[in-house]
Design a protein around this ligand. Structure first.
Ligand code: C2O
Ligand code: CU
Length: 469
């Protein structure tokens, strides 16, 4: 029985904020927020698209005049935005110009195991390979990053992450209601924390932590101390927590209400008003802020207690969309939440155990190629993910599963937060918590579920599962 009486809009507790390094302000002039470019396809038609992505070594000036080694896709750091459409046939040429193996994982996408870019799909240095898949996802903000066995935490920390925007008929329809001009009123925000050594260099080896490498500086789209000028009334921010481990809390400095419109896997039923929002590692949220309602000038997007993005209004505000008149973002999530037979579905426990070297799932550590679980394609399952209380140390874990957009059924037997009632592929499991999710896999092959604290992932908090016909 679910308790429907106490159901906050968004996650109110993540129990490790006290242990996080305080995000520091830097004595430098705020710079314009860099906007990742929309990637030009190699070729494109209505039905097909071909992209080319190259992972490469680069150099980035986080601090003026100081060059830091970095890694990027088709550039020095981070990557461009790849746009896909539901139903499209996709080819991506994945090229590796790094001096180390790479893999290319499309986080949140449902696609065959051969295209999923897990640790088994290595692209060796100075070589390339093509992946093919059809887009099954609905309109959503997803992302891509390395999943290279033992190397993915360093590769992400040094800069390998990019966004994927998926569009469909529904998002076409919503264009009159939702800001959608890239970099103008539809703003990607890749949010990461970093430590700097030697006055301005990112060096993963030196700051590595086995429980997730964090930082005391905040990067937005790869830059410190950013600002954004606008004359549009409604701004849409596509938030991606691309940290290795850290949870971020988002709010505005004047406590303005904003609206969450989408979670990991697509639109929520309707815009959900809230004043703060927490995202764990790898989670996404799209939010819309009405600048007409904000009092402060400039306004700041706060990340934890840090003034992350300065937003200045230039002149009078243009009515860019009729956001106020949305009554529904989609039709199907409200009443038909779960298949009626949920209670009779096959049930499976996933026990997240330990911290540091001791991390494990159901008593085992990840082994490449060994499938520990088997599921049937297109069949519903209920998974109970448990963050097991530990005598030595406890911490929240961001859980993620491949080849699925799942629904959260319950947290500790209660309905999930309202902003978790859409499609999800990642969720934070708090200390001692049990979260029930409804999963289904549309593809066959060897996939993974794991902790998206990347250092935990590479120390064994990851499980292969096989999906059979
Ligand atoms: Cu974002 Cu298994 O990964
Ligand atoms: Cu973990």
């Amino acid at each position: 029985q679910l308790d429907v009486t106490s159901q906050p809009n968004s996650m109110t507790q993540v129990d490790d904020f006290d242990s996080q390094p305080t995000l520091k302000s830097v004595e430098m002039e705020r710079q314009d927020l860099p906007i990742p470019a929309l990637l030009e396809p190699v070729s494109q038609s209505e039905e097909k698209v071909h992209y080319h992505i190259t992972a490469q070594e680069g150099e980035t000036e986080y601090f003026p005049g100081i060059k830091s080694p970095s890694k990027g896709y088709n550039g020095n750091v981070l990557g461009p935005v790849m746009r896909l459409r539901k139903g499209q046939e996709v080819t991506i040429t994945t090229e590796n110009q790094l001096e180390q193996p790479a893999t290319y994982h499309w986080h949140g996408l449902m696609l065959p195991a051969e295209a999923d870019g897990g640790p088994m799909r290595v692209v060796e240095p100075h070589s390339q390979t093509d992946v093919h898949f059809d887009v099954k996802n609905e309109a959503a903000t997803c992302w891509f990053h390395p999943h290279t066995y033992l190397l993915s935490p360093e590769q992400l920390y040094q800069g390998l992450a990019g966004l994927i925007y998926i569009e469909d008929e529904n998002s076409d329809q919503l264009k009159k209601h939702l800001p959608h001009e890239h970099g103008v009123d539809d703003i990607p925000l890749i949010v990461q924390d970093r430590y700097f050594v030697e006055d301005g260099v990112v060096d993963y080896e030196q700051v590595f932590s086995i429980d997730g490498t964090r930082g005391d500086h905040l990067l937005l789209n790869g830059a410190l101390m950013t600002k954004f000028n606008t004359h549009k009334r409604f701004l849409r921010l596509r938030l991606l927590n691309a940290s290795n481990r850290t949870n971020f809390k988002f709010a505005f400095n004047d406590q303005s209400q904003f609206f969450q419109i989408a979670s990991d896997g697509g639109f929520l039923n309707y815009p959900l008003g809230m004043k703060s929002l927490i995202l764990g590692a790898a989670e996404r949220a799209e939010i819309v802020i009405d600048l007409k309602d904000t009092e402060e000038e400039p306004l700041y997007l706060m990340v934890n207690d840090f003034k992350a993005l300065e937003i200045s209004k230039t002149g009078s505000l243009e009515e860019n969309v009729d956001f106020s008149y949305i009554y529904s973002l989609r039709e199907d999530l409200l009443n038909t939440i779960y298949p009626e037979e949920v209670a009779d579905l096959p049930f499976h426990h996933i026990l997240f155990q330990g911290t540091d070297e001791r991390v494990a799932v159901n008593g085992r550590k990840f082994q490449q190629g060994r499938a520990d679980e088997t599921y049937k394609k297109d069949q519903y399952y209920v998974w109970r993910i448990i963050n097991q209380k530990d005598d030595i140390e406890n911490m929240p874990h961001p859980f993620h599963a491949h080849d699925t957009q799942f629904r959260i059924l319950a947290r500790n037997g209660k309905l999930p937060y309202k902003n978790e009632m859409g499609y999800k592929d990642t969720l934070v499991v708090n200390k001692g918590e049990a979260v029930d999710i409804l999963v289904k896999f549309p593809d066959t092959g060897l996939f993974m579920h794991h902790c998206h604290n990347l250092e935990h992932q590479e120390h064994g908090m990851m499980t292969h599962f096989e999906v059979e016909e």
